[in-house]
Design a protein around this ligand. Structure first.
Ligand code: MG
Ligand code: MG
Length: 289
């Protein structure tokens, strides 16, 4: 991470400097991106399943009257019961096992027993776990009770953008093929919904494996065909963030919480995805029944 800029729980766009351009040159050649063996990807799947279970438990309890602090405790319990460690807790001082980002909060909301969710709220929950040294990272946006059509459409557009990006997590593609697919799907959903969604550019996805945040940073928009060539054994977190208004964000005084500059609502979806010979493997997807 670049000195002077806050380390984040979503990947943050690196500022340019001579050092980062050297790194970029290496990355373009596919160097500096961790490659995993098949066995290591299977170990990451085990970590991803822990995250999936934690998010499923949170979803079940995310009803009007629940506090985000309670939801955090539920996620931590599921993670620890699995013999894993919540990767967010203590990450550069972050106090929670989840990020709970309510309504106009985009990412990095701090869970609290004083923050009680109500009917009609839109809650993004981001969660990470480490199992046997391997990381999983995933986020969902949850409807609290009945939500507005606009909020439901916003969340659906964000999730669809994530899946469009995941579809491009394939050997032979370039990194920004993913970015472009995310952006194209977001714009297409906006056109269908008759709305003008903001695509957050300052935060994005990232490489993941033996650490939560690794090279490369994965933008959620941009031209295709750029950046490192994707190879079997790489793993990426794909995590679009859309808003119902502006793409501009602000950070609150707690030095974590990112909110929309105009107070519009935001949604955030994320999966950890590995590149296999057979295409993308969504490591944080729930186990099939
Ligand atoms: Mg992430
Ligand atoms: Mg995350």
């Amino acid at each position: 991470m670049v000195a002077g800029r806050r380390i984040s729980l979503a990947g943050r766009e690196p500022a340019s400097s001579s050092n980062t351009s050297k790194v970029s040159a290496l990355l373009r050649r596919g160097k500096g991106i961790e490659l995993k063996s098949r066995g290591e990807i299977e170990a990451m799947r085990a970590a991803g399943l822990v995250v999936a279970r934690a998010l499923a438990a949170v979803r079940e309890k995310a009803v009007p009257g629940a506090s985000t602090g309670e939801l955090d405790a539920i996620a931590e319990q599921v993670i620890r019961d699995a013999g894993a460690v919540p990767s967010f807790k203590g990450y550069h001082g972050f106090p929670g096992s989840i990020c709970a980002s309510l309504n106009e909060k985009v990412v990095h909301g701090i869970p609290s027993v004083r923050e009680v969710v109500s009917e009609g709220d839109l809650l993004s929950v981001d969660c990470g776990a480490i199992l046997d040294g391997w990381h999983g990272d995933s986020a969902v946006t949850l409807a609290i009770g009945e939500i507005s059509d606009a909020d439901r459409a916003l969340s659906a557009a964000t999730e669809a953008s994530m899946w469009a990006g995941i579809e491009k997590v394939r050997a032979g593609n370039r990194l920004t093929d993913i970015s472009h697919a995310v952006e194209t799907a977001a714009l297409s959903a906006a056109a269908t919904d008759g709305r003008d969604y903001g695509i957050i550019a300052e935060y994005g996805g990232h490489g993941i494996g033996t650490q939560m945040h690794m090279e490369p940073f994965l933008p959620n928009l941009g031209k295709p065909g750029r950046g490192p060539k994707l190879r079997v054994g790489m793993a990426l977190a794909v995590e679009p963030m859309l808003t119902g208004g502006t793409a501009e964000t602000e950070e609150l005084d707690d030095a974590w919480t990112v909110v929309t500059a105009d107070g519009s609502r935001a949604a955030h979806w994320e999966h950890t995805v590995a590149i296999t010979e057979d295409g993308p493997w969504v490591l944080t997807a729930p186990e099939e029944a």
